[in-house]
Design a protein around this ligand. Sequence first.
Ligand code: AFP
Length: 283
Amino acid sequence: MLTIFDTIKDIAIKIDHEIKTEDLGYSDSSNTSGEEQLKLDVKSDYIVEQAFKDVSIVKALVSEEKDGVLELHADGKYTVCYDPLDGSSLADVNLSVGSIFGIYEGELTGENLVASAYVVYGPRIELVLATKEGRPKHYRAQDGLFNFISEITLKDKGNINAPGGTQQHWAEYHKRYVDALFKDGYRLRYSGGMVPDLHQILLKGGGIFSYPGTTDRPKGKLRQLFEVLPFAFIFEQAGGHAINEQGIRLLDLVPAHPHDTTPCFFGTTYEMVALKALYRMKI
Ligand code: AFP
């Protein structure tokens, strides 16, 4: 696993350099989800692919930017599912963006996720690494090296409300939930970048990030394998929760297709209890 984490550190430094120097325009291609690809998306994906080509324990790669599975090493143990540059449309307005990695052993299901990681490209490059042992670990880059900062432990309650999705397409009960938190004094913290938005909740110790099913996107927008499940793993390892709109643990999900999406809620206990009550989920 160490070589995978070390490879992610190398990738982070390279992608950060591209963000700061690469042309921010659109390429002439689009990804499997039909989203137009920025040159940065394509370049970041290439950096990840090239980096893992030399890591023999990596059996295959699944990328948000490409269809299918890229076989690397037949004797490899892990499949790395990744979003090379999540929130890339924010890069050209100089907001933070990120990379997300899920490390799976065996079939690509939530229960086979054995580790996960994400990188935040912001005023500083920050990295969070998680395995099944202990709390997620937070690192910060300085002169190309990652220094350990702290372990991440979530509290029982926070005061951050990060409500995703197009509000005009929210269900009435979801709007009631979001508004109730604001009436309870929660602060709106939503940039449109999943990685910095969730990183903020993790580092501040609590709150809720929601991307529900909406009338225009009933299955939500965020992709299970390389966005939702890696963060679900990190939230649970930090003592938090990650569920879908039926109250099912996101890590219990079995994606039917590599690019399947799911409604998702990441947060701390107090906000999850309130969510289940308002959504009338099985408590
Ligand atoms: P882009 O990669 O197209 O910028 O989308 C970012 C993202 O996938 C995720 O990072 C955000 O949480 C989510 O979309 C924001 O979606 P909304 O703009 O619909 O809230």
